[in-house]
Design a protein around this ligand. Sequence first.
Ligand code: ZN
Length: 391
Amino acid sequence: MSIGVPAHSRGCPVCGGEGAHLLELPRQPVYQHPVPAGARVPEPHLVDLSWDACKVCAHAWQPNFNAEQLRNIYRSHYYTPAPSGIGAQFRNDFLQVLHEQQLISTARVLLEVGAADGDVLAELKRRAGALHAYAFEPNHENAAVARSRGLEVRESFFGADAANAGLEPTDLIYARHVIEHVFDFASFFAGVAVVAAPGARLVLETPSLDFHASRGSIEPFHIEHVHVFALRSLAWLSSLHGWGVHCHAVTPSGNLIAAFSRTAAALEPAAPELDGLAARLERTRAHLRELLSGRPLIFWGAGSAGIVLASMLGREPDVWTDGNPNKIGKRYVGSERPIVAPEAALGSADPGVAALVVTSSFVNEILPRVRELGWRGDVYGPAGEVLQAWK
Ligand SMILES: [Zn+2]
């Protein structure tokens, strides 16, 4: 049963504007993250997905989604916490923007919504010398790690009922890769309003539709992303709730980071070019299929980018690997192939014919390890771009 927005109600969830069909992705994986080898996850494991785009604010969204299914994923089937130092690129990009905008030094009370294992919040607490660092995190495994870092964890989703969470007024509120998952913007921003101190800053990080649409990249389009924001739609949404854009940036991996204050003027950025997105994705798919046809395949990166790419190719790699040792031995739901350590993965294939695809945003961490492990075969990025050529 779908408890999403009824099919007849196609208005934009940000501005109410008229939507037009943007993208159709049949038979996509429900579960984006590997699970322990013995875990039994009930069907369905595949789902047909589609996104509409707003003609007014350029927001992209899934008109039909199953909120109950998604809540269950976030609680029980989310990503595997990594040891410190692994997969740190996103986190460093984020900290860099906060540092450049001088948002850290003045923060005394911090709140992260969807704090995962709390690594960023713990680091910010240390840098700011903050008095309180609150984390909202609905996933059990992650919340336990965040608590062990000395953070004040509320093991729940964030919304209007944050009024009852007993928080001191917060002066820096941020959410990384959360707003694109949110079902109810009004509740989210009501929560922000009740916890924010006067003069508070709000920072949101989310995949940039402008960036990914221009590259024909499929990365942001998976089941968990009920929304994909353009800068235009994010600015629109926040201004409806009284927050103006103070500054914004797009990281090299395609993440939009925007900081908001109540005093910043409203911004009305231009809409990205969305016509032809489906055709650009089709070109990427055709290129990859030709490039990888008949070759043994290794994917390095067992997260959402990997499973989305496998689904786009219509083919699982022969070998999955990942730099996060906590994922080794886990499997994707519906797959028989356990994730193996990088040494074993690269040792198993003939570098003269096999293709290694980096299905992760942490290319700058992975490529040096690939070289260190002596792999001399072809290495590609998720759009088939050559990262290293066989020699
Ligand atoms: Zn709109």
